[in-house]
Each structure stands twice: as structure tokens, then as C-alpha cells.
Design a binder for this molecule. Structure first.
Ligand code: FAD
Length: 622
């Protein structure tokens, strides 16, 4: 065993999506940070589909960006097809999604890591933790190097005791081509954490030269091309290309049904539970037996490769069945598979054993982030990584920790859901999980979080200046709309007359006109004076005025909730002392130990009556 001479503030284990955001966040705070990972070449690697964002997920990406994280900027540098989903729906559920070139994305992440002051990267597997009582002190690597730190963030993804399945064959692995973390998994099982198994899967990849795209429907990106980062420019993007859509059919479904006995999932070989919202094709055929076809998105893996990712046919069936099922799909009749699909089972920890900072309840200074907390997805991992890295650094620096509330950020919703409710299946983000959707939009993540991020030390000079300019421009334009009046008999009113469902009866400020559903910012901004050129500023102004009433109502609800939230529950609180609580609730509350009344309110089975019993009891104690 060799002690590494330098001591660190924070060590991050794992260079995936959680680990890279954690390491960058910690280093941005000025903490001396070490990122330890299996392989420097796989930093920021996308294990599954090469895409970032989408419904609920882009909200997380924008929040990471608002806090000066890497994911959105890397997406702008690596994105090869950008779309805004739900573009015709309200702003709360609009979501940006980008297809990414795997290599460009990875290169962008690596460049940011390598150029980050206060951050060192070391390639080696971590096999053990150094503990002193219930305090973490560092880690021990595979070759016996001991690294010391005040805080450690573990982000081992799907690697802990990873078991890869293709048909009824299985072997140990962290993901295809990478080793599993077996020793570390064993060590963690000796600690008091509650461990269980989850499963996820990926489709076979296909050579584009063997596919007939003329039989498929092309799906180009949006014009004008969206950007992911608040600081992103369309000129950051590499060349843009199309994705394609095709479908499974009766023949595909028959092949799958006939071979379900050779599926590790249906023959009982796989124990872990898979992602409900990203099911394997065999799962879809089984669960939705009456559906005649399922969509398959044919997505390019990059600009310099022929590999395609057929999104929608994730499978762990044996290779011969995979080949048959792929070739039964329109346009894929001659398809050559470059990599077989597979499923992977891995250890995850019950996130109810975590604090809102993502520090574990049992080991001080040890933080968990990403897939190991029961989530699925790069975005969910990145968001947790940033939060864990921030808090690991702040704790090491003896500064106050932070975690956002549910009404401040989707990151807050994510963490609160995990630590309060736990999860028995891979957890992914949806807009429906947030109760304050109109306030937590993807378009205003910077307005919600950048100032806080600056205060915490996360946000650098460049973003801060950019943000301040944008905020000022929004304020100026809002003022202009409030103070610019249009008389009903004026030539300006004449210009919009044909669009109005009812005529103007009096003089209106532009700020009032924009509230009419039939008018947009573009319709009114040029009537007197000049519209702002920055579309992000225009969007903010439009949404703020149009939805002002709803936004105000949500703010009031939040205020009311916050008053309750302020009621803290002491750690180790004895629920047996609260008379009137059911035994079931008593057990649940004792196990979860919520820190606030609001957190208690979200525990499954909690009733308003039980909450008021708790509230009354706590008030009496004060
Ligand atoms: P990872 O990205 O897995 O990164 C873990 C990192 O830790 C790696 O760099 C690894 O080398 C390193 N590491 C692990 N152990 C050690 C150790 N002991 N020492 C040093 N370094 C270590 N997500 C979806 O949203 N939808 C899907 O359909 C989907 N399908 C998937 C299919 C497969 C087969 C796989 C493997 C993943 C899939 N995912 C899917 C999940 C997605 O890849 C993860 O959610 C995301 O990558 C999690 O990020 P992470 O940072 O937690 O872990």
C-alpha cells in the first residue's frame, strides 16, 4: 500500500455523467479535486443512446447549465440534430432534445475537464474506501494506492457488480467493453447501505451502409436550430443531419414472442427491475400485446461513423433473434449488426439513505450520485453529480451546504423524490413530477438558478456577465412594453386589427396586448419602437407577461407551502410520541426520518390529518 503524498479536498470516483459534473463543480468552488476513473478515454461516455435532453430531462440539463455545468455546452458542441419537443404546447412542457455525435460530445467533456483549474484526473479503478469510524478519509485503488480527501463522491454508474446479459449467456462487465467494479461493490455491501439490483438495456447497433433509408421517413432537426446552453450559439454546432423513423410489424412481434423463453428477462435469469419508461422491445410486445407496431427512431451515432442507434428496440434476446428481429423491420431487411444489444444488471443503493445534499446518512463525507441512486439517464446523473460535487466541496471547505427546493428546480424535485420516496425501478424525470411546472421551465432555468450559483461559487465570470446582461435586457424590454401605449384609433392598432378576436375598446399598453392569446411578442414588439434581437430575451418577456396570472398563483401556493416547510423535524424524532398516528405511518416516518414537514407530506400514505397531528405536536415542542 502506498500513500499518495498530496491530500485532496474532494475525490470523485467515476468519470461518467455524474462524476464529470461532480468533479467540475467541486473544482469550480476552488476545492482541490481528484477525479479517479477506470479509463481516461471513456470520460463523458454515453453508455446508451447518443442523445441529450427531451421531456423533463432538458429541464435538468438547463439547470446544470444555469449553474455553469458542462452538459449543455458539450451538447451544443456535439449535437447533430436539435429539436424542440412539445413546441406547440405551453412553455412549461417544452423540451429541447439533441442527437449527439458520441465522439464530439466526449471530446468536449474531456477538454473541459482537462482545462479546469483545481482538478486532477487519475486513471485507476477504486477498490475500497478508507474509513475512520463513520467518517470517510479517502480511497484505495486497484494497485494499492491510497488517496486521502475530506469528502468522497461515488458515481460508479452501472458498474457495481455489473452483469451483462445477451440471451441466456451472461458475464461480468460495467457496460459493453468495460470492466465491472466487483471489489468495490463487495466492500459497499459490508457497509450499512440498503443495496438492491436494477437492470437496463440497449439495442443492437446497425451499419448505415446496410440500411435502405428510402423506405423510412426522414426527420430533420428544427429550423432555426435550437441551442441547449444559455450561452450556446448555433455556430457552435457541427454539421446537422437527419434522423429517420420506421416501425416494427407483425413479423417482428412474432419473432420476439416465439423466442421469449430464450430471453433472460422472461426466463427469470435477470432479477433486477428495468426502466418502465424505456422498456425493452420484448417488454413492449409482452405488455402491449394488442399493438400492431412500435416506432423505431433510426439515429446516427455521429458524423464520422456509419453506426446507427435504433431507438426503441433495446433487447437482451440472443444474437440470432436480434438479427431476425432487426431484419424484419422496414428498411433494415439487409441490416448488418455492428454490436449486439444487451441488458445489464447492477447494484444500486436505496436513496432514502441519503441526505438532501446527497451525502450518505451512515458515512460522513461520503456522497452518492447518478445511476447508483436508482436513477436512469445522463441528465438525472449529471444533475445529481453537480449537486453532490458542490456539497462535497462546501463541506470540505467547512461552508454551508445547499440543495434546491422543489419549487426552485427540477434538481430539487429529483433529489426530494429519491430521498423521500425511494425507488424500486429506474427513476427518470418527467415534467409531471413537478408540482410547480409553470415556474420551473427550461427557458428560465438561468433566471431561477444562476444568481444562487454565483453566490455558491459555481458560476464563473463569463457566465455571470452574460447572465447579468440578459437579465438587464429583459428588465428594459419589460419596462418598454409596460410604458408603450397603443390607442385604438392609431395606425399601430390598425396593423394588428385583423388578428384580434375582439376589437380594442380603449388604449392598451403593449404589456397588456401581449396577454391576448391571438398575439405574440413578434406581433406587438415592433408596433412602436423596436423588438429586441435576442430571441431568448424576447421569449422570457413573452412568457412572463402571457402567463403572469398563473405564475402569480403558483408563487402564492409556494409561499403557503414554504411557511409549512419552515417547520423542521428534529433528527431522530420519536414518532411514537405523536398520538393519533397510525402504526404504518409511524414506521414509515421513523424509517425515512424526514427533515421538514413538507418532506413528510410527500411520503406515500401521508394524510392531511396525520400532517396536522405532526404540525400541532411540533409547534407544542417549540
Ligand atoms: P456511468 O455513465 O455509468 O459512469 C460510471 C463511471 O464510473 C464510468 O466512467 C466508470 O468507468 C467509472 N467507474 C465505475 N466504477 C469505478 C471504480 N471502482 N473506480 C473508478 N471508476 C469507476 N439511460 C437512459 O436514460 N435510458 C436508457 O435506455 C439507458 N439504457 C442503458 C443501457 C445500458 C446497457 C447502459 C450501460 C446504460 C443505460 N442507460 C440508459 C443509463 C445511462 O447510461 C446512465 O444513466 C448514465 O450513464 C449514468 O451516469 P453515471 O455517471 O451515473 O454512470
Amino acid at each position: 500500500m502506498v500513500d499518495y503524498p498530496d491530500h485532496f479536498d474532494v475525490i470523485v470516483i467515476g468519470g461518467g455523467h455524474a462524476g464529470t459534473e461532480a468533479a467540475l463543480a467541486s473544482a469550480r468552488l476552488g476545492a482541490k479535486t481528484l477525479l479517479l476513473t477506470h479509463n481516461i478515454e471513456t470520460l463523458g461516455q454515453m453508455s446508451c443512446n447518443p442523445a441529450i435532453g427531451g421531456i423533463g430531462k432538458s429541464h435538468l440539463v438547463r439547470e446544470i447549465d444555469a449553474l455553469d455545468g458542462a452538459m449543455a455546452r458539450a451538447t451544443d458542441l456535439g449535437g447533430i440534430q436539435f429539436r424542440v419537443l412539445n413546441a406547440r404546447k405551453g412553455p412549461a412542457v417544452r423540451a429541447t432534445r439533441a442527437q449527439a455525435d458520441r465522439l464530439l460530445y466526449k471530446a468536449a467533456i474531456r477538454q473541459m475537464l482537462e482545462n479546469q483549474p483545481n482538478l486532477q484526473i487519475f486513471q485507476q479503478a477504486v477498490d475500497d474506501l478508507v474509513l475512520q469510524g463513520d467518517q470517510v478519509q479517502g480511497v484505495i485503488t486497484q494497485s494499492g494506492l491510497k488517496f486521502y480527501a475530506k469528502s468522497v463522491v461515488l458515481t460508479a454508474g452501472t458498474f457495481l457488480a455489473g452483469l451483462i446479459h445477451i440471451g441466456l449467456e451472461n458475464y461480468q462487465g460495467g457496460r459493453a467493453g468495460d470492466p465491472p467494479s466487483v471489489r468495490l461493490a463487495q466492500r459497499l455491501r459490508e457497509l450499512p447501505f440498503r443495496v438492491d439490483r436494477l437492470k437496463t438495456g440497449t439495442p443492437p447497433r446497425i451499419d448505415a451502409r446496410s440500411v435502405d433509408f428510402s423506405k423510412m421517413q426522414a426527420q430533420p432537426g428544427d429550423t432555426p436550430t435550437p441551442v441547449m446552453s444559455f450561452m450556446g450559439k448555433v455556430s457552435d454546432h457541427p454539421a446537422q443531419i437527419d434522423c429517420y423513423i420506421t416501425h416494427t410489424n407483425a413479423r417482428t412481434h412474432e419473432i420476439i414472442r416465439d423466442n421469449l423463453d430464450r430471453s433472460p428477462m422472461y426466463s427469470g435469469v435477470i432479477e433486477g427491475i428495468g426502466p418502465r419508461y424505456c422498456p425493452s422491445i420484448e417488454d413492449k410486445i409482452h405488455r402491449f400485446a394488442d399493438k400492431e407496431q412500435h416506432q423505431v427512431f433510426i439515429e446516427p451515432e455521429g458524423l464520422t461513423t456509419h453506426e446507427l442507434y435504433p431507438n426503441g428496440i433495446s433487447t437482451s434476446l440472443p444474437f440470432d433473434v436480434q438479427l431476425d428481429l432487426v431484419r424484419s423491420i422496414r428498411g433494415c431487411e439487409q441490416a448488418f449488426i455492428t454490436r449486439p444489444g444487451y441488458a445489464i444488471e447492477y447494484d444500486f443503493f436505496n436513496p432514502q439513505d441519503l441526505k438532501p445534499t446527497l451525502e450518505t446518512r451512515f458515512i460522513q463525507g461520503l456522497f452518492f450520485a447518478g445511476q447508483i441512486n436508482g436513477t436512469t439517464g445522463y441528465e438525472e446523473a449529471g444533475a445529481q453529480g453537480l449537486l453532490a460535487g458542490l456539497n462535497a466541496a462546501r463541506q470540505a471547505q467547512e461552508r454551508e451546504t445547499w440543495s434546491p427546493r422543489r419549487d426552485e428546480a427540477y434538481i430539487g424535485v429529483l433529489v426530494d423524490d429519491l430521498i423521500t420516496l425511494g425507488t424500486s425501478e429506474p427513476y427518470r424525470m418527467f415534467t409531471s413530477r413537478a408540482e410547480y411546472r409553470l415556474i420551473l421551465r427550461e427557458d428560465n432555468a438561468d433566471m431561477r438558478l444562476t444568481e444562487k450559483g454565483r453566490e455558491l461559487g459555481l458560476v464563473g465570470e463569463e457566465r455571470w456577465r452574460y447572465f447579468e446582461q440578459k437579465r438587464e435586457a429583459i428588465e428594459l424590454e419589460s419596462q418598454r412594453l409596460r410604458s408603450t401605449w397603443i390607442h385604438p384609433d392609431s395606425p399601430e392598432a390598425e396593423q394588428i386589427h385583423h388578428k384580434l378576436s375582439s376589437p380594442m375598446q380603449r388604449e392598451y399598453a403593449l404589456a397588456d396586448l401581449i396577454k391576448r392569446p391571438e398575439l405574440t411578442y413578434a406581433d406587438i414588439a415592433d408596433l412602436k419602437g423596436q423588438a429586441v434581437a435576442d430571441t431568448a430575451v424576447a421569449e422570457q418577456v413573452e412568457v412572463q407577461f402571457k402567463y403572469a396570472g398563473y405564475i402569480e398563483r403558483q408563487r402564492e401556493e409556494i409561499e403557503q407551502m414554504r411557511r409549512q416547510e419552515n417547520t423542521r423535524i428534529p433528527e431522530g424524532f420519536d414518532y411514537a410520541a405523536v398520538s393519533g398516528l397510525s402504526n404504518e405511518l409511524r414506521l414509515k416516518l421513523s424509517a425515512i426520518q424526514p427533515l421538514t414537514l413538507a418532506q413528510a407530506s410527500r411520503i406515500q400514505g401521508m394524510t392531511p390529518a396525520a400532517l396536522s397531528l405532526l404540525l400541532v405536536y411540533l409547534k407544542k415542542q417549540q
